[in-house]
Design a protein around this ligand. Structure first.
Ligand SMILES: Cc1ncc(COP(=O)(O)O)c(C=O)c1O
Length: 378
C-alpha cells in the first residue's frame, strides 16, 4: 500500500529530545522553544514568533488578541479546516463564509466586500496548499474598513508572496506543525505577531493569563493572574523534535518540490485531454510544495478514482467538507450569497494524491500509471 503521508524524520529529533531531558526541564519556554522561535523569526522575518501547541491554539490566541466578542463577524472561506471557524465561534462570534477562487482555491478577494457588515471585525484568509491568498487586495480591503487580518498559514511554512513570508503580512499569522505538514512535531504550531501592539498580551494569553514570562525576565516582582488566557505553550519535548525539522526546512521543500513537479509534468497529458485540472501557482507566489491536489470533472468520477486507486494499493484522499454545509456550521455561521458554488465544486471534485519526503520515483510512476489507466478505461 502506498500511504497518503509518511512523516519525515530528519535524524536528529531523538538526539535533541534527549538533550532537552538532560537540560533538566521539559515544560514550556525553555531552550528548544526559544531556539525554534529564533529560527522561525529568522526564516519569516516576523516581528515576534511564539511557539504554540497547535495552529488551533494560535488561531484561538489570535481571536482573543483582537478582542473578538459575541456578535462580531469574521470573514473566512468555508473551504478550510474546522479550527479556522472554531477559534471564532469559541469567542461567541460568527463566521461569515465567503466563496473561493477557482484557480487557487483561496478566499476570493473580489467577493470579500459583499460579506462586510457593520459587525465585521476581521478577515481570516487561509493559504491553501502553501499558496498565499491575494494579500495586497485583502490588506487594502481591511484597511479601508478597519478590520484585523489573521492569516491561517497552517500549511505555509516556507511559502512566500512577493518575497514576503506567508503569515507575516496580516496583523497575526498562524502556523501548524501537525504530523501532516512539511515540518512537524506530531502536534505543534506558532503564532506570528506582526502588529507589535499584540506582543505583550500574547505572552500572557499563552501562559494561562499570567505574567510568568515577564516575571522570569525579572520585569515584575509578582507572578500572578493578570488577564484571560489558556495553556497554549508546547513542551520542550515537542520543540526539541521540531527544531531538528526546522533546521532541514530548505532540504525538505526541495525534495517535495521535485516530487510535485514530477506529478505536474507526467499528469499534464490528462489535463490537456480535459480529464483533470492540475494545481496553478500564480507567478507572485512561491509555494512550499505542501500538497498535490487535482480536480476531477465530477464528484462521481473523483469518488470512483479514489476507490480505483485504493483497490490498487494507493491511498488518496479528499478534503474539506465545506463548513457552511457541516452540521455545526449550519447552526452558527452565515453566508451572504445564496450558495458558494466554487467552494462546493472544488470540495466535490478535489483529490489529493500521496506526497511525502521519501516518496520514490517508482511509487510516483505507479500512482501516475494507475490514474492514467483509470481515465483511459472511461
Ligand atoms: C487551514 C488549517 N487551519 C488550521 C489547522 C489546524 O492545525 P493544527 O492541527 O496544528 O491545530 C489545519 C490543520 O490541518 C489547517 O489545514
Amino acid at each position: 500500500m502506498i500511504p497518503f503521508n509518511k512523516p519525515f524524520i530528519s535524524g536528529k529529533e531523538l538526539y535533541y529530545i534527549a538533550d532537552s531531558v538532560m537540560k533538566g526541564s521539559i515544560s514550556g519556554n525553555g531552550f528548544y522553544t526559544k531556539s525554534c522561535e529564533v529560527l522561525l523569526k529568522k526564516i519569516t522575518l516576523a516581528n515576534k514568533v511564539l511557539m504554540t501547541n497547535s495552529c488551533t491554539a494560535a488561531l484561538e490566541m489570535a481571536c482573543m488578541l483582537i478582542n473578538l466578542e459575541p456578535g462580531d463577524e469574521v470573514i473566512m472561506p468555508s473551504y478550510t479546516f474546522v479550527s479556522t471557524a472554531n477559534a471564532v465561534v469559541l469567542r461567541g462570534a460568527v463566521p461569515v463564509f465567503c466563496d473561493i477562487r477557482d484557480d487557487t482555491y483561496n478566499l476570493d478577494e473580489a467577493k470579500i466586500p459583499m460579506c462586510i457588515s457593520d459587525k465585521t471585525k476581521a478577515i481570516i484568509p487561509v493559504h491553501y496548499a502553501g499558496q498565499s491568498c491575494e494579500m495586497n487586495s485583502i490588506m487594502s480591503i481591511a484597511h479601508e474598513h478597519g478590520l484585523f487580518v489573521i492569516e491561517d498559514a497552517a500549511q505555509s511554512v516556507g511559502a512566500y508572496q512577493n518575497g514576503q513570508h506567508a503569515g507575516t503580512i496580516g496583523d497575526l499569522g498562524c502556523f501548524s506543525f501537525h504530523e501532516t505538514k512539511n515540518i512537524m512535531c506530531g502536534e505543534g504550531g506558532a503564532l506570528l505577531i506582526n502588529n507589535p501592539d499584540f506582543i505583550k498580551r500574547a505572552e500572557i494569553i499563552r501562559e494561562k493569563g499570567t505574567n510568568r514570562e515577564a516575571f522570569f525576565r525579572k520585569e515584575t516582582d509578582l507572578y500572578t493572574w493578570v488577564d484571560k488566557g489558556s495553556s497554549y505553550l508546547p513542551s520542550e519535548l515537542q520543540m526539541a523534535f521540531l527544531y531538528a525539522q526546522l533546521e532541514n526546512l530548505k532540504l525538505i521543500i526541495k525534495r517535495r518540490r521535485k516530487a510535485l513537479e514530477y506529478y505536474q509534468l507526467h499528469l499534464k497529458s490528462l489535463e490537456d485531454s480535459g480529464y483533470i485540472r492540475l494545481p496553478k501557482i500564480l507567478s507572485h507566489n512561491e509555494v512550499n510544495y505542501h500538497l498535490f491536489a487535482l480536480i476531477c470533472r465530477t464528484n462521481n468520477e473523483r469518488n470512483q478514482l479514489i476507490a480505483y486507486l485504493s483497490d490498487r494499493g494507493v491511498n488518496s484522499v479528499f478534503h474539506y467538507i465545506p463548513l457552511h454545509s457541516s452540521p455545526e456550521g449550519k447552526k452558527i455561521s452565515r453566508i451572504v450569497e445564496k450558495s458558494l458554488p466554487v467552494t462546493d465544486k472544488i470540495s466535490e471534485c478535489l483529490l489529493r494524491i500521496p506526497v511525502y519526503y521519501e516518496i520514490t520515483i517508482e511509487e510516483q510512476n505507479y500512482i501516475i500509471s494507475m490514474i492514467k489507466e483509470f481515465f483511459e478505461a472511461l
